[in-house]
Design a protein around this ligand. Structure first.
Ligand code: UFG
Length: 342
């Protein structure tokens, strides 16, 4: 059984990926400092899969701690590196917190992996690297634009660090996955997104408004150059996203990658506006949503959605869930998690 180290494995995407890996027969070791996740996520993973993954509470910025963990677990076939801070707004106010955490953890991993004969790294990147692309849908060849936040910059710099490291020796090969907007939750509603405090992201804010935790949703602008004036994104079901990680890990382990560093877009290929998403949510849940149009949010990209043909062809992977199914899963998770009596 191949052993996969999943950093940030109790987080939103990490936990869904742990489930898919275990379901596909991999052994999972989760490393997480629980800075933005809860240990009870392991219960959810165990209930879904029947297996409780090994867990190490560790901060990856602690190189010695990371080394002890690699010694202890041995025989790791691949690392999927999710662990990172991800709040765009916070990163503007606390850039060093972001640069230290997101870059140092990656550097520690890249330094230690060869010492423990770990060749394969799957890295969580983001469509944020494209900024506002000139052509839509955006392909992996589109130029990387100057980042609009320290968070975004950590993703760009991380990709460069990996590219340079892979080029410098043949000890490591890597796949960077550029996520579009992951939403939704596992069909069991046993794991899902757990935003701390007021959610920054659209769908958790919507579900919390619908359930009564938030009074009103703000739609950030309706004067963009889009058909209904609101921003357009590519919203992908987190389970579809998670499955792509299993494919990427297998591709690296089986040496099927074409180049030592590959980059893939992970999206649905469909752009959806904020207002369209709200209408779809209302339709699938039967709940009218209290929202109002407000000013634009600084730093928002007007519209972006993925050209997924490279991932579809090379990985043999495709996002399967409809927006309706995805929003329904987000709603089921919200109901289950916050108000079990509903
Ligand atoms: N939006 C609202 N109201 C809200 C929240 C969001 O109208 O209360 C709009 C935004 O203006 C945007 C869309 O909903 O048009 C999606 O916003 P999100 O905050 O959900 O996601 P972003 O597209 O801004 O993505 C950003 C970064 C990603 C990062 C992601 C998660 O660009 O790199 O946040 O942190 F991964």
């Amino acid at each position: 059984m191949k052993k996969i180290l999943v950093t940030g494995g109790t987080g939103y995407i990490g936990s869904h990926t742990a489930v898919e890996l275990i379901s596909e027969g991999y052994e999972v070791v989760i490393a997480d400092n629980l800075s933005n996740s809860k240990i009870t996520v392991l219960d959810g993973i165990e209930k879904i899969t029947g297996t409780r993954p090994a867990f190490e509470r560790i901060d990856l910025c602690d190189g010695q701690g990371l080394e002890s963990m690699l010694q202890k677990h041995g025989d790791v076939s691949a690392v999927i590196h999710f662990a990172a801070y991800k709040a765009v707004g916070e990163s503007v106010g606390q850039p060093l917190k972001y640069y230290r955490n997101n870059l140092l953890s990656l550097i520690n991993l890249l330094e230690l992996m060869p010492l423990y004969s770990i060749e394969n790294l799957v890295f969580s990147s983001s469509c944020t690297v494209y900024g506002q692309p000139e052509q839509l849908p955006v392909t992996e060849q589109a130029p990387v634009q100057p980042a609009t936040s320290p968070y975004g910059n950590t993703k760009q710099v991380s990709e460069e660090i990996i590219r340079d490291t892979v080029a410098a020796s043949n000890a490591i090969k890597s796949i960077a996955l550029r996520y579009f907007n992951p939403i939704g939750a596992h069909a069991s509603a046993l794991i899902g997104e757990l935003p701390v405090g007021v959610p920054n992201n659209l769908v958790p804010f919507i579900t919390q408004t619908a359930i009564g935790i938030r009074g009103q949703l703000s739609v950030f602008g309706n004067d963009y150059h889009t058909p209904d004036g609101s921003c357009i994104r590519d919203y992908i079901h987190v389970v579809d996203l998670a499955k792509a990680h299993v494919v990427a890990v297998r591709r690296l382990i089986e040496n099927k990658n074409r180049t030592p560093f590959e980059v893939f877009n992970l999206g649905t290929g469909r752009g959806v506006s904020v207002l369209e998403l709200i209408r779809t949510f209302e339709k699938v849940t039967g709940k009218p949503l209290n929202y109002r149009i407000t000013d634009r949010r600084p730093g928002d990209t007007e519209q972006v959605w993925a050209d997924t043909s490279f991932a579809n062809k090379e990985l043999g992977w495709q996002a399967r869930s409809t927006l309706e199914e995805t929003l329904r899963s987000a709603w089921e998770w919200e109901k289950q998690h916050h108000q079990p009596e509903i």
